[in-house]
Design a protein around this ligand. Structure first.
Ligand SMILES: [Zn+2]
Length: 456
């Protein structure tokens, strides 16, 4: 039976408002945390990313990169960056990692680069080439210069966050918002009618909102990092915005002026906010997400002990087969983006065989005793977060679209349902193949399992 004293201690440990005094567990308050942020709204007309070529000249609201650095009692550090962009290329991700190692001493395993996947954000170098006039000037130079500035700004802001480390407590919880719809299993136009009839929408979804909160030792909220598995595609305007995630962060920061709200995309590759395409709907989904976070922040959260383990690996994902030289030759005619990419691969082919695998980034962090935070590259299907939560328990968070955005990451179920159609959009993403091999899910799952074992 629990003693009276034990019960009181348990109450104090699980009540965030009671940060100070006798209830403070030494281990829990031994975190340090540092924050930084920068607006990344382009100050001149710039190309957007996510759909076909669009140029934005004004903003719906500012877009941001935001940084949270944490340090556990043993001195081990980890840094998460959230960003209002569609995704980073491998070139950008590698350049940032090199600079972080050089300037901040951070290993790759300690750095989680995430994005919201907003489709009203800036085009970035070597990423989603088909979304902007990649091969034309002045677009090429404009996007190159902006990308290099953004990469440098991320490194600078990480440095700033590390320089501002102060004692902190960490808390974990999960909220809920139900606007994400499986876009593979529900025709977009039919969603409102299905809902009106009170019928259930089809297909797997993940409506949970993983939340990491940072407070001062006195209990003041300083940051909330939260994810949601749903494409940020409510809007397709020619105005900068963070889509529903941008509105959610604005709402939360208005509600908690001392708090930095940070959003990352979950495993939302096959999820859409439906219906969509109006600012009103976008605000509504932002409000729903913010309410899901705010509700969780207002309730007792799980204290996170000051322990941190970080692990990272590249898993080789195999292509089903490379594009043959004849296919590349037929694709290479003309000056379209696919033609230019085919010409690039033909050039590489002249120097030797094309790569048959892709180095897929997978990272696992363990915070406290048992909070797992998995982050994976590419447009990850929702099945993965459901699978890893079933496998590793409810205290598992999964970020997709992290590190670099190479293409879609389907599961075997999706590959089978596609009846031979390509499911990864590899060629659209300028990879030298039409699809992943059928063992893509196994390779990803085994890679994550190895890292989970490491952080244990
Ligand atoms: Zn996408």
């Amino acid at each position: 039976m629990k003693s009276r004293h034990g019960f009181l201690l348990a109450m104090l440990l699980t009540t965030p408002a009671l940060g100070g005094g006798i209830g403070r567990a030494a281990e829990q308050t031994a975190w340090k945390a540092g924050l930084a942020k920068a607006s990344i709204t382009p100050d001149k007309p710039m190309w957007m990313s996510g759909y076909g070529p669009r140029l934005a000249e004004r903003k719906l609201h500012d877009i941001w990169i935001k940084v949270l650095a944490v340090e556990a009692s043993g001195g081990h550090r980890a840094v998460v960056v959230t960003s209002d962009v569609c995704g980073f290329s491998k070139q950008s991700y590698e350049a940032i990692c090199v600079e972080l190692k050089k300037r901040c001493g951070l290993e790759r395993s300690q750095f989680m680069l995430t994005c919201s996947h907003t489709h009203t954000g800036p085009a970035l170098r070597e990423c989603l080439h088909g979304c902007w006039p990649w091969n034309e000037e002045p677009a090429r130079t404009l996007v190159e210069e902006y990308s290099l500035w953004l990469e440098d700004t991320i490194v600078e802001k990480v440095r700033e966050s590390l320089a501002q480390m102060a004692p902190a407590t960490l808390w974990a919880a999960e909220g809920m918002a139900d606007f994400a719809v499986n876009r593979r299993n529900n025709p977009e136009g039919e969603v409102p009618a299905i809902r009106q009839r009170g019928e259930l929408l089809k297909g797997p979804v993940d409506h949970s909102i993983p939340i990491l909160a940072v407070r001062t030792p006195e209990g003041q909220l300083r940051a909330a990092v939260f994810g949601y598995a749903c494409h940020t595609t409510t809007l397709a305007l020619q105005e900068w915005s963070g889509d529903y995630a941008g509105f959610a962060m604005i709402a939360l920061e208005q509600q908690h002026p001392q708090m930095q709200a940070m959003f990352y995309q979950g495993c939302g590759a096959d999820q859409n906010p439906l219906p969509r395409r109006s600012v009103e709907l976008c605000r509504k989904y932002g409000r729903m997400l913010a309410e899901g976070v705010a509700d969780a922040l207002a309730k007792p959260m799980r204290p996170v002990a000051s322990r941190l383990a970080t692990a990272f690996d590249f898993v080789d994902l195999a292509y089903e087969r490379n594009l043959a030289e004849a296919e590349l030759r037929s694709l290479s005619q003309g000056t379209s983006v696919p033609a230019l990419i085919a010409q690039r691969y033909l050039g590489q082919l002249a120097a030797g065989p094309l790569p048959q695998t892709y180095p897929y980034p997978v990272q696992v962090w363990k915070l406290g005793q048992d909070q797992l935070w998995i982050s994976m590259g590419g447009e990850v299907a929702v099945d993965y977060s459901l699978k890893f939560k079933a496998q590793y328990g409810p205290r598992t968070w999964v970020a997709g679209f992290s590190h670099d955005l190479m293409c879609y990451i389907p599961t075997l179920r999706i590959q089978k349902e596609a009846f031979g159609q390509e499911t990864g959009a590899l060629w659209a993403y300028a990879l030298p193949a039409k699809d992943w091999s059928r063992d893509v899910e196994d390779r990803v799952t085994q890679g994550v399992a190895r890292l989970v074992e490491q952080v244990k």
